[in-house]
Each structure stands twice: as C-alpha cells, then as structure tokens.
Design a protein around this ligand. Structure first.
Ligand SMILES: [Zn+2]
Length: 513
C-alpha cells in the first residue's frame, strides 16, 4: 500500500545521520533515542521523535502506550469529527513534558486526572506539560478531547483522511492517526485498541478486530458502533471506513470470525470485489501453512467506495481495498498481498521505516507463491519475467530495496526487486530452509518489530550459510545484479509471460507510486 505524502513531509523534516536503531521485539519504546541519555535523574522532556532515520519526528520518546480508547462522533454531512481519546501508557523516563502526534484542534488534555497544559510544535507535535512531574515507571492515563474537520486539516497541502460522498476513510501509511486520534505514531509503540464511533442511523462504521457488542442506539437518531483489537497494533494499521456498507459475516476454517464489508457505491465492480475478498479465509488458511499461525483474532476485508482511496492497505485484521483493483474483474493477488502483511508488517512491524522491504518484499513474494499454488506461473518464472521486464539501464535498478530513501519507501523496486531478493534467498538456502525461515521470523518477532539485519542473521542461522553478499547485492547495491550462468541462460531465452503476471502487475501499479 501507500500514499503520496512522503515527499512532502520529507521536505519538512531533517534526516538525522545514520543512527541505527536495533529492533526491539515487544512493545518497549526506548526513551531518548538519537540524543544523549542524561546521567542525572532530573525530569527531562520526552523526545519529539523515536530516532527513525527517515522520519525522525514520528513517534515520541519517554512513554510506552499499552491501549487507546478512541471514542468519536462523526457527521458525514460536514466531515466534522469530535472525540475523546484515552491513552493508557507507562513513563519510560522521568518526564517534565511529553509529546503526542496529532493535528486536530485540542480542547483539553488531562494526565491522571490533572488538567495539563498543551501547545503545538512543528508539523504534528502536541506538547503536553502535566502540572506534576512524571516519574519513570508511572502509569499514565492521558485524556485528550478534540474536534476538527480532518479532510480540511492539511500538512504540506496533504490530508491522510479521505472524505467520500457517503462518509470517510481513515486509511493511510505511514501517516494516518494524526487526523483522528492522538498517538505515539510509530510502529515501535504498538497497543491494543477500542474504537467507537457515533454516526447517524443508517450509516455503517467498520474498523479493526471484532465487535464486542452490536451497535447501540443513541439519542438523536444515531447509532454507536464499537470495535476492539485485542492484539497489539501499530498506529497506522488502525482504520475507519464510514459510509454505506453491506456487512457479510462468516466463520473461518480456524474458527475465527470473518467480517467483510462492501461499499454500496461499487456498482458493477461489486461482484468482482466479492469474488476476491470472499476468498480471504481460504487465503489466510493457505498462508498459515507457509508463514505460521495467523496472528490475530479476526479476518476480513473492506471494499472501499468508488470515490475513496486509489490503493489498498493492510489494516490489521481487515485490509481496505480501493475500487481500482476490481476494474477488470476479480483479483485475488491483492488479497494475498494485504493478508500476507498480517504476518509481515502487522504482527512483525518495521523497527524503522527504512526496513520497509520486510513488509513489501515479503507481501509481494507471497503473490508469487500464490501464483505457484494456483498453477498460474512459478516463482522462478515470475522472477525470470520480472528480471527481463526491467532493462539494465532502467531507473528501477537504481533504488536499493534495503534502504530506498524516505521518498521511495513504496517504490516499484521495494516490491518487485524485493520479491526477487527473497527468491534469490530461496535459491541459495533451498526450499527446506527457506520455508523454515519464514515461520521462524514471524514466531520470533510476533507482535513486535524487526530489522533487515535481524532477518539476515536468522536466515544465516537456519541455513548455516554466510548470506552477506546476497543481501548486499540484492538489497543494498544500486544496479541490476548479475545472475549465475544457469539463471542467465533462462533469462536470455526471453521468458514467457506467466498467467498471473497481468493481475500481479495491475495490483502493483495501484500499490506503488
Ligand atoms: Zn504492501
């Protein structure tokens, strides 16, 4: 998935030089990355960022969120959003103040019941100063009341909130939370969620996880919808789809609830959307055999409205798909891609955004594996065809998937060369080791974070091979890698186009920019 905002925000921020953050499994957000750790225990401001080398001011230091309770009221007619978000967190240092990432108008902030001062800094920083000092290890209950019109709240001319004819979509990567809930907005700080939204009766609200209860009637001809995520989620993977939806529920082979939703605006694209998304449980069942147990409590998908997003996003437990994927009939490859992300990206998240290959390379390679499964072309055939499809002098080969740069996080190369890199790994270590590495990775970093270096180390441990040259060549070196003599012979023979190529190409053209 992706969006168009990275270049705009990259222009507004200054990249810090080379602070390598080693991935920390679990939810711990380390305080003060990228700055000296004070020796004295005097309360200090929480860092305005988590040291991400591409987006240094994304997320915040000094605390670790465990849960967000996001309680909203939305008016589709005006796009007005009012809300109260309650954040449960633990201080990871003595704090004189701390930041949240947020854009809407803040009415009040309370910290453990005490009214707290708040002000704005930079593009999206909300600076909160509690009247009492906060000590390391202290439990924090942060209550933020706010309102705004998210579609008109712009940063660098951009909003991550999509208003539609019948409602709205809060679906974007990497920036999404800013427009609807205050957060520690970086994948290093994952949390569970309760999300509830009051809308006029007749409007549906879809979000992550399960519905702990049916929608409740509220005064004024309104309904309040509630959704719950019981497994930790990165903030960009929480979502809202508000509008006219047909909701279809079922039970998956593993006993989990399947909740799919189809926009009523899809018209003649509706059947193709259903023929694709209704295969989610089958695809999750297949993927579980390759990647390990499905990590979450529910499955599903949302076919977004005709005037919504132009991409798809692996929102946790329930990807959201733009209408473009159904233009020429069903496309299961995008469903495979977004559901593979449930393991690669959602359960195991990037430690830094430059680790994006761990998301997009793996989700793209899952499509090649699905093509093999469906008898529509082997991964080797897809590799050969992709290698030949990009001439040696193509700019495609100049992007390094292992460190593409902040404005190329969702470049073609991260997806296609990223999948090619995994195929080269598979050839090098053999099928037995390769299909041992994938579930080992999702098990070791489940609900946490990972780095490319950690993945390489795991692959080396399981295979017993030194893979440094392979990773350096395929992920970190500009230029088209040379193939071995045998592989070169195949590629030179003008490989035939695999049957799956058209659908995979269509999906990727919408996923990449
Ligand atoms: Zn993706």
């Amino acid at each position: 998935m992706r969006r168009v905002f990275t270049a705009a925000i990259a222009a507004l921020t200054v990249t810090t030089a080379g602070t390598l953050v080693t991935g920390t499994p679990g939810q711990a957000a380390l305080p003060g990355w990228g700055r000296p750790v004070p020796v004295a225990a005097a309360p200090a401001p929480g860092s305005p960022g988590l040291g991400d080398s591409y987006f240094p001011d994304y997320g915040n230091g000094g605390y670790d969120v465990s849960h967000y309770d996001v309680r909203l009221r939305y008016e589709p007619a005006t796009d007005r959003l009012t809300g109260t978000t309650t954040i449960l967190a633990t201080a990871t240092q003595d704090l004189s103040r701390f930041n949240l990432d947020f854009l809407l108008d803040v009415e009040s902030v309370r910290v453990n019941g005490w009214s707290a001062a708040h002000t704005r800094e930079g593009t999206h920083e909300l600076v909160v100063t509690a009247p009492r000092a906060i000590v390391k290890g202290q439990l924090l209950t942060i209550v933020v009341r706010y309102s705004g019109v998210p579609s008109e709240t712009l940063v660098g001319g951009y909003t991550g909130w999509t208003r539609t004819d019948d409602g709205a979509l809060a679906v974007n990567e990497p920036e999404s939370a800013w427009w609807w809930f205050p957060a520690n907005d970086h994948p290093l700080d994952k949390a569970t969620f309760d999300i509830s939204v009051s809308v006029p009766t007749g409007v549906e609200v879809i979000s992550n996880g399960v519905q702990p209860r049916p929608p409740l009637a509220e005064p004024g001809n309104r309904m309040r919808w509630g959704w719950r995520s019981t497994k930790p989620a990165a903030t960009y993977l929480a979502f809202l789809s508000i509008g006219q939806y047909d909701i279809v529920t079922d039970t998956a082979p593993n006993g989990q609830p399947v909740i799919n939703a189809y926009s009523a605006t899809l018209g003649e694209r509706g059947p193709a959307a259903r023929a694709s998304i209704e295969r989610t449980a089958e695809i999750v069942d297949w993927a579980s055999g390759l990647f390990g147990p499905y990590p979450f409590e529910a499955q599903g998908g949302v076919a977004g409205p005709i005037d919504g997003i132009g991409f798809a996003l692996e929102t946790q437990t329930r990807p959201v798909y733009g209408p473009g994927f159904w233009r020429r009939g069903a496309n299961t490859y995008v469903v495979v891609h977004e559901n593979a992300h449930q393991w690669f990206g959602d359960s195991v998240s990037v430690a830094q955004w430059r680790d994006i290959w761990l998301n997009e390379g793996f989700a793209s390679y899952a499509e090649w594996l699905w093509s093999e499964e469906q008898g529509e072309g082997t991964a080797q055939e897809l590799f050969d065809f992709t290698y030949a499809a990009y001439p040696e002098d193509s700019g495609f080969w100049q992007v390094r998937p292992g460190d593409p740069g902040a404005d190329r996080v969702f470049d073609d190369a991260v997806y296609d060369r990223g999948a090619m890199a995994l195929h080269q790994l598979r050839l090098a270590v053999g099928d037995e080791a390769f299909f041992e590495i994938l579930p080992a990775w999702t098990a070791e970093h489940r609900y946490g974070n990972g780095t490319v270096a950690q993945f390489q180390a795991l692959a080396e441990r399981i295979s017993g091979l030194d893979l440094d040259e392979l990773f350096t060549t395929w992920l970190f070196t500009a230029g088209r890698p040379e193939l071995t003599t045998a592989a070169r012979a195949t590629a030179a023979a003008a490989p035939a186009q695999p049957k799956s190529w058209t659908k995979i190409r269509e999906a990727h053209q919408l996923l990449q920019r």
